[in-house]
Design a protein around this ligand. Structure first.
Ligand SMILES: *Cc1c(COP(=O)(O)O)cnc(C)c1O
Length: 366
């Protein structure tokens, strides 16, 4: 019986052809035609003026925060349930991530909890479109506007998601994406910053390339970083973007299969739901155990593993992790994060395999 992996990339388009082109033409470093083409294609996909490619999603976040002028002593509001990179990037600037609770179901930042976290040191908000369901951006943008804060969308998990018909990546002042091997679009390792602001875009390019003056080679007016993407990564990314609509459709279909296969378990687990204003993309198809089974999450995952089904726990909240430990209670995060399971979500899963996952889960719940 083959193992069902929780995530895997699909490289069935022009990835191989474009990578070989890089090798054949010697353009393997961070110059070359694929970088500009990938950036242009990605900007169009998001409906945004500028896309600046980086070597991963974490450096994309750090670069965005540097360019937004984040300084030691500043505070940034983030949801407590996220991937650790969101919090770490704030720390790289010497600033403090201030945690906020999340909403049930999507586990995205709760706009109603943001006001409590505001202080005179608050500079911005990083909503995270977790697992592919967009954050409700209207209220977040309103709060930011009222208090003079910037908004940086962490869209690492949500390529193609929409909020009131607008693609994520085009709503905040800036947004970042990841192209790690398990993300919806991959370049192996890779990232992107998007923005509609011409001046911010220029600064992003400056700081990405060690701070070298674009008009005067080897002249460095600022301390920058080497966060450049290679032409090889971009070659894979461009090929991925040629098939991104198919990737999103495959994931939608997979979610439909899961919804059907798991319907009989509706009194034991909570299935994903899409808000009326949202277009979610399924980076991960998540389920949450209900009250009676809540304490058994890890045992359920182990039992599924024995049946050859790999799963992952929903992210632990930042406030329970050693570097960001707090005694504060975040009621929704505390109740739900520990009940969440990511089921296998990738494009090559068959309907039979989805049935197998459902059987393994049913058996594990007992
Ligand atoms: C994957 C991810 C990142 C970081 O991306 P890397 O490419 O792995 O550095 C940041 N934020 C979130 C929410 C992510 O899921």
């Amino acid at each position: 019986m083959n193992r069902i992996s929780v995530a895997q990339p699909k490289l069935s388009g022009n990835e191989r052809k474009y990578v070989l082109d890089c090798l054949d033409t010697n353009w393997i470093s961070s110059n070359g035609k694929y970088i500009g083409e990938f950036e242009k294609t990605f900007a169009e996909f998001c409906g945004v003026r500028h896309a600046i490619a980086t070597n991963n999603g974490t450096t994309a976040l750090h670069l965005a925060l540097v360019v937004l002028g984040l300084q030691p002593g500043d505070e940034v509001i983030i949801p407590t349930v996220t991937y650790i990179a969101t919090a770490n990037a704030v720390r790289y600037c010497g600033a403090t991530p201030v945690l906020v609770d999340v909403v049930e179901g999507t586990m995205n930042i709760d706009p109603k909890d943001i006001a409590r976290a505001l202080t005179p040191r608050t500079r911005g908000i990083i909503p995270v479109h977790l697992y592919g369901h967009p954050t409700e951006m209207g209220p977040v943008m309103d709060i930011a506007k009222k208090h003079g804060l910037w908004v940086l969308e962490d869209a690492a998990e949500a390529h193609g998601a929409e909020c009131d018909g607008k693609r994520v990546g085009s709503i905040g002042d800036m947004a970042t994406f990841s192209f790690f091997g398990n993300k919806i679009v991959t370049t192996g390792e890779g990232g992107m910053v998007t923005t509609n602001d011409d001046a911010l875009a220029e600064k992003l390019r400056l700081f990405r390339g060690q701070g070298m003056d674009p008009k005067r080679r080897y002249w460095f007016p600022v301390i920058g970083y080497n966060y450049r993407m290679t032409n090889i990564q971009a070659a894979i990314g461009l090929a991925q973007m040629e098939t991104v609509d198919l990737a999103l459709a495959d994931r939608d279909r997979l979610a439909t299969w899961y919804n059907e296969a798991l319907a009989p378990l509706a009194d034991r687990i909570v299935l994903p739901a899409q808000a009326s204003w949202a277009r979610q993309v399924f980076w991960m198809y998540n389920i949450f155990l209900r009250d009676g089974d809540a304490h058994r999450r890890d045992a359920v995952m182990q039992a599924m593993d024995k049946e050859g089904v790999e799963t992952r726990p929903v992210f632990y909240p930042m406030h329970v992790m050693p570097p960001y430990l707090e005694a504060t209670s975040y009621p929704v995060a505390d109740l739900w994060a520990q009940r969440g399971i990511n089921l296998p979500t990738h494009q090559d899963l068959t309907r039979e395999e989805v049935a197998r996952v459902a059987r393994a889960l049913t058996q594990a719940l007992g």
